[in-house]
Design a protein around this ligand. Structure first.
Ligand code: SAJ
Length: 407
């Protein structure tokens, strides 16, 4: 059997490597030739625990990386599916283009598995009609399946092996074949359903988390008004056997949780009310941090915003992914207020993304009076001595310094 994994990003690459390591022949395809060059030098394209090791062993087992699509038995398509910020709907262009390319090379009875996150109904709307044309025209029997990923950056490999997953397909037999493939590396339970339910399950799971984070973020605002320590409150509430409140923070980033709920809002505008409210609360958090910064500056007579440093640019701890990052949202917000000069440091981001971005932590610290922890990278937790004499706003509640301001 040959599997062609299309799209070698955060999901496609680890998936391709796991399948190759299970002994199946895999070709990884990506249209980005620079990425392919890097992978062909056996180097990784993003930071993730354990990925170098599984890349090395997959290479030993013969995985190939190319910009070409190949004739295979099963295709796994894991290309980006951005969303249109205005219409709040999924942009399926990359997915459509990838499937079109697959259809130009695939054989009679191939199965195309879509892993990319999509809004419910996307496969029926855009992908199924393309297949039907090909099947009818050539007498082919190409089948579709949807196997949305659930892995969390920072623990991708572990979760690829252990998470339960869902596979949606039109025919039970097709779903069974895909279950067999994923079962080669996934020890979790793999349930089978139809394509629409599989599409919806992914979006619903991420929306569930967004709504729960929004609840924590709303609580922080209420507690600040009520003069109650939100962290102590959450700890107490979570002692209840059926309560599990998440942690407030400077906003919700990443390409999933901050995006997927919009698919439901976009498709069901009159119905997705809690979901929309949650999105608005989470999107308001970078501005809330900005207000806090301004209060602290005033209280401590810091007159110049260039004496303030944001720690962390990635969307969350210990990853180098900056998509929809709260820090970037905060910087955008500052631009609206015409405030310039805030300094930024992230140990995971070497490439220059924003103005006044430092690559040397000590230099960064020496040039600021107020340190704002936006991301709780392990690095900051092991640098406590270096920041002990700093004024700190810890938006992630990661340090145990009682004099630090919290959200
Ligand atoms: N966050 C909070 N408070 C919390 C938890 C998270 O503010 O208590 C923030 C994070 O700092 C980050 C954002 O939310 O900015 C999202 O981080 P995350 O760790 O909750 O999730 P992701 O985006 O890294 O991964 C999610 C996961 N989905 C769920 O947990 C339901 C993952 O399983 C999915 O595979 C992934 O989205 C995806 O690709 O869809």
């Amino acid at each position: 059997m040959l599997v062609n994994v299309v799209g070698l990003g955060y999901i496609g690459l680890p998936t391709a490597l796991m399948i190759a390591n299970s002994g199946i022949k895999v070709v990884g395809t990506d249209k980005d030739s620079k990425k392919i060059d890097i992978l062909n030098k056996n180097e990784i394209t993003f930071v993730e625990k354990g990925i170098s090791e599984i890349l090395a062993s997959a290479v030993e087992r013969g995985i190939c990386f190319t910009t070409e699509y190949v004739t295979a038995d099963i295709y796994i398509v894991a290309v980006p599916t951005p969303f249109n910020k205005k219409s709040k709907k999924v942009v399926a262009d990359y997915l459509i283009a990838a499937v079109k390319s697959v259809l130009s090379v695939c054989q009679k009875d191939s199965i195309i598995v879509v892993e990319s996150t999509i809004s419910p109904g996307t496969i029926d709307r855009y992908i199924r009609p393309m297949l039907e044309v090909k099947n009818e025209k050539l007498g082919y029997n190409i089948e579709l399946a949807h196997a949305p990923e659930r892995i969390i950056p920072g623990k991708m490999i572990e979760e690829l092996c252990n998470n339960n997953r869902v596979i949606g397909a039109d025919r039970r037999e097709t779903a069974e074949k895909i279950r067999e493939l994923y079962g080669k590396f996934c020890r979790g339970e793999i349930v089978l359903t139809n394509i629409r339910t599989a599409e919806m399950s992914k979006v619903v799971e991420n929306t569930y988390r967004d709504v729960n984070i929004a609840y924590a973020n709303e609580l922080v605002k209420i507690c600040n008004e009520a003069d109650i320590n939100v962290y102590e409150l959450i700890k107490i509430a979570n002692m209840h056997p059926r309560v599990n409140i998440l942690s407030p923070g400077p906003g919700v980033g990443g390409h999933c949780i901050s995006v997927d709920p919009w698919f439901l809002v976009g498709d069901y505008p009159g119905l997705a009310n809690i979901i929309l409210a949650a999105r608005k609360i989470n999107d308001s958090m970078p501005e809330y941090v900005l207000e806090k910064i301004s209060e602290i500056m005033e209280k401590n007579e810091i007159l110049d915003v260039s004496r303030v440093g944001l720690y962390g640019l990635s969307y969350k701890e210990n990853v180098d992914d900056i998509r929809e990052s709260p820090t970037l949202q905060l910087i955008e917000c500052m631009k609206k207020h015409l405030a310039k000069g805030i300094k930024v440091f992230d140990p995971y981001i070497k490439k220059k993304i924003v103005d006044n971005q430092y690559d040397d932590f000590d230099k960064f610290l020496s040039e600021i009076d107020l340190l704002v922890i936006m991301v709780g990278h392990s690095h900051i937790i092991t640098s406590l001595e270096k920041i002990s004499n700093k004024l700190i706003l810890d938006t992630k509640n990661v340090i145990n310094n009682t004099s630090a301001y919290k959200l």
